[in-house]
Design a protein around this ligand. Structure first.
Ligand code: AMP
Length: 282
């Protein structure tokens, strides 16, 4: 595995591989690897001849009051994990090399970026779309792998790739969870033992809605009430940012479950803001 920090060196290497006819899979991450990231790397390894993993805590996707400076990092361990999973290049650039001082170009998908997480993180997805576009231009990937934990991110990036005719296939990887149901996240490191004990109830609340829908309860208002009642009892330290039932592609709210519906949430728990989602059908 090669460790690169220079964007143009990465691009030179990828262009050479493309000319040789080698296919490329890209797995963008912010590091502090866990089994969710590993699932992305395994998927990427399976899809193409070459696997590029990027590790970049992208400043433009953090709001002014968010956790950019305290975001957890363990670069040495991350490097060992990426190497053990057959990564060809681990790319870890500096913010300055990705954003010149007079950087002024942004990529936005406004319609899907103002709902769900976009309400409390108004510039987040503009930062995500911009950095992913840069990474795509540097690596020219045939495939790019993203976790379904960040469902909204994946929906936005799919729309972006379609609208801009990007020649990359976006591949979603199912959410990897702890045995107790908590979705793996680098931000789980912020949880105190008490918060960690409550955290699995985020997904258990969503699973309750999923089970009720499967049993024929289709009014999303009723499902939301049941989830909130469950959380009031079992997740007393949590503060809901949002709980919504939406069309999985358009992310528009639905009042009844018809076909597949996504239930998505973000919950503040201590210092952490945790997201999760599940697909429901009646
Ligand atoms: P992050 O480093 O948190 O920005 O995540 C990098 C990629 O890993 C994103 O595509 C995430 O959706 C994905 N990811 C993070 N956590 C999980 C998880 N628990 N299961 C599956 N994918 C995940």
């Amino acid at each position: 595995m090669d460790y690169l920090t220079s964007p143009l060196e990465l691009q030179r290497r990828c262009l050479a591989w493309k000319h040789q006819g080698r296919s490329i899979a890209l797995a963008p991450t912010m590091g502090y690897f866990h089994a969710g990231h590993e699932a992305l790397m395994r998927k990427g390894r399976e899809l193409a001849d070459t696997l590029i993993v990027t590790l970049f805590v992208n400043p433009t996707q953090f709001g002014p009051a968010e956790d950019l400076s305290s975001y957890p990092r363990k670069p040495e361990e991350d490097m060992a994990i990426a190497r053990s999973l057959g990564t060809d290049i681990l790319f870890a650039p500096t913010p300055e090399s990705m954003y010149r001082p007079d950087h002024t170009t942004w990529v936005e998908v406004p319609a899907l970026s103002t709902v769900l997480c976009g309400k409390s993180r108004p510039e987040h997805f503009r930062g995500v779309c911009t950095v992913v576009t840069k990474l795509f231009m540097l690596t020219l990937p045939d495939f790019a792998v993203f976790g379904e934990k960040d469902w909204q991110q994946l929906a936005i990036l799919r729309r972006m790739a379609r609208d801009l005719f990007l020649p990359t296939t976006l591949v979603g990887v199912p959410i990897v969870r702890e045995p107790d149901g908590l979705a793996l996240s680098s931000r789980n490191a912020y949880l105190t033992p008490q918060e960690r004990a409550e955290a699995p109830h985020i997904s258990k609340g969503l699973a309750l809605a999923r089970d009720m829908a499967a049993q024929g309860v289709t009014a999303t208002g009723e499902l939301a009430r049941a989830v909130r009642q469950y959380w009031a009892k079992w997740l007393p330290s949590g503060r809901e940012d949002y709980l919504e039932f939406v069309n999985p592609e358009s992310l528009e709210p639905v009042s009844r479950i018809q076909g597949n519906t996504l239930v998505a949430t973000a919950v503040y728990l201590g210092r952490a803001r945790l997201i999760d989602n599940m697909t429901l059908s009646a």
